[in-house]
Write a protein that binds this ligand. Structure first.
Ligand SMILES: *Cc1c(COP(=O)(O)O)cnc(C)c1O
Length: 395
């Protein structure tokens, strides 16, 4: 039988048929511990009863009407998100890339409204913002861009974590209207900038009337140890995008805006057929209810610290381990060599992990993972890494 699916993903040889919390079972009934959460999506784990109940209830009432009409579920979710973030307004889309497209359109229109004919957005090296033409152009990875030229113009690139480089851009480029940045780079390898980086960016943006636009698609929804990662810094961005963890797997994206940025998009300037439909919004509201009532951001911070300490213990003195770093449940083990094959050996051992940026083992466990499950994760992984580093022929 020929495979009808386009080969955009190099898939692992497994099909999952059900899940519960941090566990997954494949079609052979083999059990796996999920330390990836569908790439930071299923923060509440699999088959969460509150999300299931909200979806079943909403599907039995109304799935979709269109944005031509008022949508109570959307207004309810919008009110919750603005309450939690201090932002003023929200536009709902269906994915992270779409949320970022909305942010990019806000920045450009904001620029044109200020008579800047060719507005530019500062973006970072090693960033990831999505796979649409504008978002892959904003992404700092040649692998993502190659073959899709001509790229969308109007992006200026600087190193992530280096506020000084933005001050230089401010002196030299009058077309800049915004900065788009991940508070912690996800796909780029869990790259954590200096503690005061976002505060410095906030100051630079204020001084130059630029919009500070935070891509919190991977860092948001409690994963970093705060509901939104920028809340570690006590700032409010002008624009923030969300997606992955927002509805635990039901497709949704959100672009929130504050102050002047919230007034930029008017009737007819942007839209989405599915965006913010009752089903997706009901799921997201259920997710936020659980995040708040079970204090899962605090749990992410606490479990993340435990995992970092346990990994440091288990891998102490192991040659080839360059760094163990993390923030909440965004965790990386940096090795001194390419380690993509670890994903397959972990799968064989019943553990789902990811390798990104070639040499970085990335863990994005569900926020509901128990201490016992995290112990099992660390034990399996530490053994695999030690074995890999001692037998790998590349070194
Ligand atoms: C995953 C991701 C995106 C893209 O989201 P999609 O839903 O795949 O379009 C954008 N930015 C960041 C930081 C991401 O992690």
């Amino acid at each position: 039988m020929s495979d009808p699916i386009m080969s955009t993903y190099k898939r692992l040889p497994v099909h999952f048929k059900r899940g519960e919390g941090a566990w997954l079972w494949d079609t052979q009934d083999k059990r796996y511990l999920d330390a990836l959460s569908g790439i930071a999506v299923c923060g509440l784990g699999h088959a969460h009863p509150t999300v299931k109940a909200a979806l079943c209830q909403q599907a039995g009432e109304l799935i979709h009407t269109s944005n031509l009409y008022g949508i109570s579920r959307q207004e309810e979710l919008g009110a919750t998100l603005t309450r939690l973030s201090g932002m003023d307004k929200v536009f709902f889309a269906n994915s992270g890339a779409e949320a970022n497209e909305a942010a990019i359109k806000i920045a450009r229109l904001y620029g044109h409204n200020r008579d800047i004919d060719s507005p530019a957005i500062v973006v970072m090296e090693n960033s990831f913002h999505g796979r649409t033409l504008a978002t892959l152009s904003a992404t700092g990875s040649r692998k993502v861009q190659a073959g899709f030229e001509p790229l969308v113009s109007g992006f200026v690139r600087v190193p992530h974590g280096d506020a000084e480089s933005l001050r230089i851009v401010a002196q030299n480029n009058p077309n800049v209207v915004a900065v788009l940045v991940e508070p912690i780079q996800g796909e780029g390898g869990i790259n954590i900038p200096p503690d005061d980086y976002l505060n410095q960016l906030r100051d630079i943006c204020d001084a130059n009337e630029w919009l500070l636009m935070l891509d919190e698609i991977q860092t948001g929804m409690g994963r970093s140890g705060r509901m939104f990662a920028h809340q570690h810094n006590d700032i409010i961005p002008d624009v923030m995008t969300l997606a992955k963890g927002l509805a635990n797997g039901v497709p949704i994206g959100a672009c929130l805006a504050h102050g002047a940025a919230a007034e930029v998009l008017g009737a007819g300037t942007h839209g989405s057929t599915f965006g913010g439909n009752p089903l997706a919004c009901a799921a997201a509201s259920a997710v936020i209810d659980v995040l708040e009532s079970e204090q899962l951001a605090e749990r992410a911070e606490q479990l993340g610290s435990k995992i970092l300490a346990d990994l440091a213990d288990a891998l102490e003195g192991v040659a080839g381990v360059e760094e163990i770093r993390g923030c909440g449940l965004l965790i990386a083990i940096e090795l001194d060599r390419s380690c993509g094959e670890l994903v397959t050996t972990a799968l064989e051992q019943g553990l789902l992990i990811n390798v990104t940026a070639d040499t970085t083992v990335r863990l994005l466990p569900p926020l509901v993972m128990s201490d016992e499950q995290s112990d099992e994760m660390v034990n399996i992984l530490a053994e695999l890494i030690k074995q890999f580093l001692s037998t790998d022929q590349d070194q």
